[in-house]
Design a protein around this ligand. Structure first.
Ligand SMILES: *Cc1c(COP(=O)(O)O)cnc(C)c1O
Length: 477
């Protein structure tokens, strides 16, 4: 068990520890990592870091005590509202896409109660939506109806319309959805929502700061923002293609009446009059100041250059991947992300093969009529690495075609999971019996993903919860 040092350690020792801790982390600077990190280069990074620390101690809990933070938040909301053609400029700064989505779902629930007397509201989503919507349902007592996507992996608006009932308060579409990077038919969903008097949330977490700049550069972008009649709220992450440090997203509303259902106030205690716009109460000013600094530092022209270069890279990758025998890009990716599947070899084995060549690409489950796939999120460090990636990818696929691609039968992780699934052992017991340490589980992804993919939903979710329950504890290093 780690304990507090009896006397404080000096700065040099502390930062030496960080170097040691970080040696197994993904290297996001080398351009070989296609997930998790969005950065726009050293200059923007330095500005963001200094802006963050300048305001990291100021507290956004009370905007009247720190008007600087409210001003920066309102300016960031305003700049983004203009990009997305919000008629109102109403919105809030949140800690991330998940919080933005939680808030839009909470607002929809309370709107349904107040306006329609609906006790147990229902939200209809495409099966491709981000899990944050299910998390909101789980936290807030909202039922989710997930309607399978069509053959193009986009929302099936007619099927979503058919799922509407008296308890429905909101429809959700994505621009684009994370897994396949395709944009749902937002205009069709908007027409349905308007006609039926429902809300429509557009999850533009990963596209909201990307697509507007393609459009400004003269490239075709399907309608997805507040110009679509019927869109009532929208989530857009600044810590993705806005290139801001993590902890930065916005939830935007068509009007302030709807946003009122997001807010929380409490006066019946012996303390100060508490009002929270978002989920957090005490909240560092760092993320707000850093976001304000990054948006101002990159500017319209800078974002246009960055996003069009990423778009060109995505198109080059799609063409190259489709040119590799046995690989197919799924659907028509419309922004900075794409996915591909394989008819020839197990994609999970490709992921591990690429990992062995120092590339990080993300394995994705098969679900419904969407096959197992590999996901690439393209960001500025990746631009220019296309040929190298495609070359290695072709070689890995060729190698797997000739080798027996399956995991060895005595793979310890497969044995552990089998014991867990058959109910013989708890995850803790299974690990102990292997003498295993939980951190070894991250080294290969194929065996665990095959098992998770094959398990019924309840068991796979239980397995993941057991795994995390094991990872996060004081004595695990
Ligand atoms: C990233 C993402 C989210 C969730 O955002 P976090 O910032 O990770 O909480 C939601 N929807 C989409 C489409 C995303 O890409």
């Amino acid at each position: 068990m780690t304990t507090l040092p009896s006397a404080g350690r000096n700065r040099a020792e502390i930062f030496e520890s960080f170097d040691e801790f970080g040696k197994d982390d993904l290297d996001w600077r080398n351009g070989r990592c296609f997930a998790y990190v969005f950065t726009a280069g050293d200059e923007v990074y330095a500005i963001a870091r200094d802006a963050y620390t300048r305001f990291m101690t100021e507290n956004a809990l009370d905007p009247t005590s720190f008007p600087s933070l409210m001003r920066m938040e309102n300016e960031v909301v305003s700049m983004t509202s203009e990009l997305l053609h919000s008629p109102s400029g109403v919105g809030n700064f949140t800690s991330g896409g998940t919080e933005s989505i939680l808030l839009a779902m909470k607002a929809a629930r309370d709107w349904g109660r107040a306006e329609k007397g609906i006790e147990r509201p229902k939200v209809i989503v495409a099966s491709s939506v981000h899990p944050a919507f299910f998390k909101a349902g789980h936290y807030f007592g909202i039922d989710l109806v997930a309607v399978p996507v069509g053959r193009d992996f986009r929302a099936d608006s007619e099927a979503m319309k058919a799922a509407i009932d008296d308890d429905t308060v909101m429809l959700v579409g994505s621009a684009p959805a994370y897994a396949q990077g395709v944009i749902d038919p937002i205009a069709e969903l908007g027409a349905i929502a308007s006609e039926r008097g429902l809300l429509l949330h557009v999850d533009a977490c990963v596209g909201g700061f990307f697509l507007p700049f393609l459009e400004r550069a003269g490239q075709p972008v399907p309608p997805f923002d507040f110009r679509v009649e019927g869109v009532t709220s929208l989530s857009v992450d600044l810590h993705k293609y806005g290139y801001c440090p993590k902890g930065a997203s916005l939830v935007l509303y068509r009007d302030a009446e709807l946003r009122k259902h997001q807010l929380f106030a409490h006066t019946k205690w012996a303390g100060y009059g508490l009002t929270n716009a978002t989920i957090q109460s005490s909240r560092s000013g760092g993320a707000v100041a850093a976001a304000w600094a990054v948006l101002n530092s990159i500017g319209d022209a800078g974002y246009r250059d960055l996003q069009t270069s990423i778009r060109a890279s995505v198109l080059q990758l799609c063409e190259g991947i489709n040119g590799i025998d046995g690989l197919d890009v799924l659907g028509e990716p419309h922004a900075g992300l794409l996915s591909f599947s394989s008819s020839a070899v197990d994609v999970y084995a490709i992921v591990d093969g690429m990992r062995a060549r120092d590339w990080y690409v993300q394995p994705q489950f098969g679900y419904g009529n969407t096959p197992r796939s590999i996901h690439l999120t393209v960001t500025p460090p990746n631009v220019g690495k296309e040929e190298a990636l495609l070359g290695d990818l072709a070689e890995v696929v060729e190698g797997l075609k000739t080798a027996a691609a399956n995991a060895p039968a005595d793979d310890p992780l497969t044995k552990l999971v089998a014991a867990f699934v058959s109910g013989q052992l708890s995850m803790e017991q299974a690990l102990a019996s292997l003498g295993g340490d939980p951190s070894s589980l991250g080294k290969t992804s194929a065996p665990i993903n095959r098992v998770l993919d094959a398990l019924p939903n309840e068991q796979s979710e239980e397995l993941l919860r057991a795994y995390f329950n094991l990872l996060y504890r004081g004595d695990s290093t």
